[in-house]
Design a protein around this ligand. Structure first.
Ligand code: BGC
Length: 411
C-alpha cells in the first residue's frame, strides 16, 4: 500500500473540504463554490447534457480527467458514476464500470425491475433493514419494503434516484465534484431532515477519494455508500470470477435466507469467505455452502481488520487484480464494513453502454459501509446520527497496474 491512500484524506479533511460542522456550513460551502456552477468549468472538467427526467428537469454529465488520462463521468441524477476509464498495463484505456450512456437507460422499466443501482450514491441507509422497520428512542419507524420483506438501499426512492446539486472544483488535491442533497424529515419513513454532502475527488495519484458528510435535525440511522460495479477487463466483458480478490477481514456477518445478518460475527477461517490471502473470486463459488446458497454467490458484509495507529484515516479494505489487463483496484476506508457483492443478480437483461449485455457476475461491487441492519442489531457498531453530531466517512479507490504475468488464471 502506498502512502497516498492514507495521506490524501488527511489533506482533504483540513484543506479542500474544510471541516464542515452543520447545514449552515454545507450551505456556505455551496455558496463559496458557486462561481464554478455557471458555464465556466474548472480546468479538467467539462459539463454536458445527459438528457431529461420525466418531469423535465435536466440531467447534467460532468467529465473529469486527471493528468494521467484517467477519465470519470458523473451525472447529478443519483450521483451516478456512469463511466471510469483507466489504463491497463500497456497504457490502453478501458471503461471499468458498468453503466449507460443516456438517462433513459437508468429510468427504464427493465432497469428499475432489475434494480442494480449501477454506480449510484446510496442513502439514507445502504444495504438492508429487516422487515422495513426499526425502533429508535421508543418510537417505531416503518420504511417501504423493496427487497422481499426488507428495505434495501434507502427504500423505494433512495438517494440513487434524487437529483443532487453539483459544484465542480479544482484544487491542489485534485479535480472533482461536491454533491449535496437535503432529504426532508420523514422521507422514505426516516426521521430527521438530513443534509448530505458527498465529494468525489479524482487525484493525479490515480485515486478517487469519496468523502461523505451529513447532519440531521433528529436522531436517525445513516449509512452512505457508493455502488459502482467494476470489471477490470472492461465493462461488458465476461464474468469477474477470474479477478483475484483480497479482503482485509478475518470475520464476516452471516445472513439468513432474506440476506439479513443473523447477528453473528463469524470467523472466516476455513470458509469460502477467507480472502485474507489473494484468491480468485470463482475459486470457491461452486462450493456447497449455505451462505453462498442464500446469496447465490457472494453478497456479504465483511468485518474489516483495522490497522492499529491509523486513527480515523482510511485503511486498506480490499485489493482486486485482473491478471490479463494487469489492472489493480485498491479500496481503503474509514468504515468498519465492506459488502462484497459478486453481481449474482445480473442476468444479461441489461445492455451496457458498449452494446454488450451485462451477464451473470460480469461486475463486482465493493461497498464500504456500516453493517447491514444495524438499527436492529444491538451488537453491531451504531449507525445512529444525532443532531449534535456530523456523519463523516471516507473511502478511497486507487487504480494502478501490475507488471506481473504469473498471476493465477481461472481459464
Ligand atoms: C446488495 C445486493 C443487491 C445489489 C443491487 C447490493 O448492495 O447487497 O443484494 O442485489 O446491491 O441491488
Amino acid at each position: 500500500m502506498t502512502r497516498h491512500l492514507f495521506s490524501l484524506p488527511r489533506c482533504l479533511g483540513i484543506g479542500l473540504l474544510g471541516v464542515l460542522i452543520g447545514p449552515a456550513c454545507l450551505q456556505a460551502q455551496a455558496q463559496t463554490m458557486s462561481a464554478t456552477s455557471s458555464s465556466a468549468m474548472p480546468p479538467g472538467i467539462e459539463r454536458s447534457s445527459f438528457g431529461r427526467l420525466a418531469d423535465g428537469r435536466e440531467v447534467d454529465c460532468y467529465r473529469i480527467t486527471n493528468d494521467n488520462g484517467i477519465e470519470m463521468r458523473v451525472i447529478n441524477y443519483g450521483g451516478i458514476i456512469v463511466s471510469l476509464k483507466t489504463p491497463d498495463r500497456t497504457g490502453r484505456l478501458d471503461d471499468i464500470v458498468l453503466g449507460f450512456d443516456s438517462i433513459g437507460d437508468y429510468l427504464s422499466d427493465t432497469y428499475r425491475q432489475a434494480n442494480p443501482y449501477f454506480g449510484a450514491l446510496i442513502g439514507r441507509y445502504g444495504n438492508r433493514i429487516a422487515n422495513g422497520r426499526f425502533t429508535l428512542d421508543g418510537e417505531t419507524y416503518r420504511l417501504p419494503t423493496n427487497d422481499g420483506p426488507n428495505t434495501l438501499h434507502g427504500g423505494d426512492v433512495g438517494f440513487n434516484q434524487r437529483l443532487w446539486h453539483v459544484e465542480p472544483f479544482s484544487s491542489a488535491e485534485g479535480r472533482g465534484l461536491v454533491l449535496t442533497y437535503t432529504s426532508p424529515d420523514g422521507e422514505q419513513g426516516f426521521p430527521g431532515r438530513l443534509s448530505t454532502r458527498v465529494s468525489y475527488t479524482l487525484t493525479d495519484d490515480n485515486e478517487l477519494a469519496i468523502d461523505y458528510r451529513a447532519r440531521t435535525t433528529r436522531a436517525t440511522p445513516v449509512n452512505l455508500t457508493q455502488h459502482s460495479y467494476f470489471n477490470l477487463k472492461g465493462e461488458g466483458s465476461a464474468s469477474v470470477l477470474d479477478h483475484e480478490l483480497m479482503i482485509n477481514a478475518s470475520a464476516y456477518t452471516p445472513i439468513d435466507e432474506t440476506l439479513i445478518p443473523t447477528g453473528e460475527i463469524a470467523d472466516v477461517s476455513g470458509t469460502p469467505f477467507d480472502f485474507r490471502q489473494p484468491t480468485l473470486i470463482g475459486a470457491r463459488m461452486g462450493q456447497k455452502n449455505t451462505q453462498l446458497a442464500y446469496a447465490k454467490g457472494y453478497d456479504h458484509n465483511f468485518v474489516l481488520s483495522k490497522t492499529p495507529g491509523q486513527g480515523d484515516l482510511p485503511t486498506l479494505a480490499a485489493r482486486v487484480i485482473e491478471p490479463r489487463s494487469g489492472r489493480v483496484l485498491e479500496v481503503a476506508t474509514t468504515e468498519p464494513g465492506l459488502q462484497f457483492y459478486s453481481g449474482n443478480f445480473l442476468d444479461g437483461s441489461l445492455t451496457g453502454k458498449s452494446g454488450r449485455p451485462y451477464t451473470h457476475r460480469s461486475g463486482l461491487a465493493l461497498e464500504t459501509q456500516h453493517f447491514p441492519d444495524s438499527p436492529n442489531q444491538p451488537n453491531f457498531p451504531s449507525t445512529i446520527l444525532k443532531p449534535d453530531e456530523t456523519y463523516h466517512s471516507q473511502t478511497v479507490y486507487r487504480f494502478s497496474t501490475t507488471a506481473s504475468e504469473d498471476l493465477p488464471h481461472a481459464d
